[in-house]
Ligand binder design. Structure first.
Ligand SMILES: CC(C)(COP(=O)(O)OP(=O)(O)OC[C@H]1O[C@@H](n2cnc3c(N)ncnc32)[C@H](O)[C@@H]1OP(=O)(O)O)[C@@H](O)C(=O)NCCC(=O)NCCS
Length: 278
């Protein structure tokens, strides 16, 4: 039986080869990501001394036991034989044994002109394992290439989790501190934001529609197509400026931060920037 073991630096070249065999861009992006973020909680599947698969997870910072599935690929010659499902089930068992609450995965709906929908198989495998579609972001990776996010509850108290508990609203002072193109996309940007002190000091205020418009114009001048923003669901002060600046609510990741606190997703199509009210 193939063996799932922790990934180490010496595995990098072979892991990148496995990913590259599926898609060259994915191979390059994965290599950059491993070099940048390291190998913590990343695993390789070994068969007769050869690396035939890779998977892993990353913890969501500032959230309660919530994770993202990381690069998950099998060598093409080993696909469709039950190995991918077995590898993922073992990974989910590792997470469950650590008390994990929920895991999400991002999948592209890219359709290759020659090979067709190259992530369709992965989508079907995830759905077969119980992952459920939660947010679809149109034109995320590129014009016409959408991002599908699926979520899976890892605890038995799924039904209880699905009921929304009373969660208090919070009114922190939020300001944007950066703007960057999202990795693996063509022209999709996001703004990073920070929570300032909640004390009411002179000159400190929540972000405004003008702040958003400055950010949108900067993205447009850099040639960006779209801006995607995410916020916790319990921040009532974010909605008015987002709406006035032309952002649309596109969906939510259920119970992302903690039981009852979801992640709201918003997007702005910069083709519509001229029509934004000022
Ligand atoms: C995703 C991946 C790891 C799955 O591994 P796999 O070994 O091919 O999948 P399995 O053979 O274990 O199949 C698991 C289940 O999905 C089903 N399945 C697999 N491919 C399918 C397909 N094309 N259509 C419908 N069902 C499919 C299998 O029948 C099996 O169902 P079962 O549980 O009822 O037996 C592998 O296909 C892969 O590397 N794909 C390319 C890379 C990729 O897209 N990665 C994800 C990026 S987000």
């Amino acid at each position: 039986m193939p063996d799932l073991r922790a990934m180490c630096f010496g595995d990098l070249n072979n892991v990148v080869k496995v990913i590259h065999a599926h898609d060259e861009d994915d191979g390059e992006a994965a290599e950059a990501d491993y070099r940048d973020a390291g190998f913590e909680n990343q695993y390789v599947l070994e068969k007769e001394g050869q690396i035939v698969g890779v998977t892993g997870y990353k913890e969501v910072p500032s959230a309660d036991q919530c994770y993202w599935l990381s690069w998950t690929y099998l060598q093409p010659s080993h696909q469709g034989q039950g190995l991918g499902k077995a590898m993922l089930l073992e990974l989910l068992d590792i997470l469950r044994s650590q008390g994990a609450r929920k895991i999400f995965v991002k999948v592209s709906d890219y359709e290759d002109p020659e090979d067709g929908k190259i992530y369709q198989q992965a989508l079907q495998v995830y759905q077969g394992l119980g992952f459920v579609e939660e947010v679809v972001s149109d034109d995320f990776y590129d014009e016409g290439e959408n991002q599908i996010i699926l979520g899976l509850y890892l605890r038995d108290d799924k039904d209880q989790l699905e009921q929304d508990p009373e969660v208090g609203e919070e009114k922190p002072i939020i300001s944007f501190d950066g703007l960057f193109e999202i990795a693996e996309t063509e022209g999709a940007y996001t703004f990073s934001w920070v929570v300032k002190e909640t004390r009411k000091l002179f000159g400190k205020r929540n972000f405004s529609v003008e702040d958003l418009q400055i950010g949108l114009q900067s993205v447009q001048s850099e040639g960006g197509r779209k801006v995607f923003l995410t916020f916790p669901s319990n921040l009532p002060l974010i909605h008015s400026p987002l709406q006035s600046a032309g952002f649309k609510y596109v969906g939510q990741l259920q119970n992302y931060y903690e039981h009852g606190v979801h992640e709201f997703h918003f997007s702005h199509d910069l083709h519509n920037l001229e029509n934004t009210p000022t």
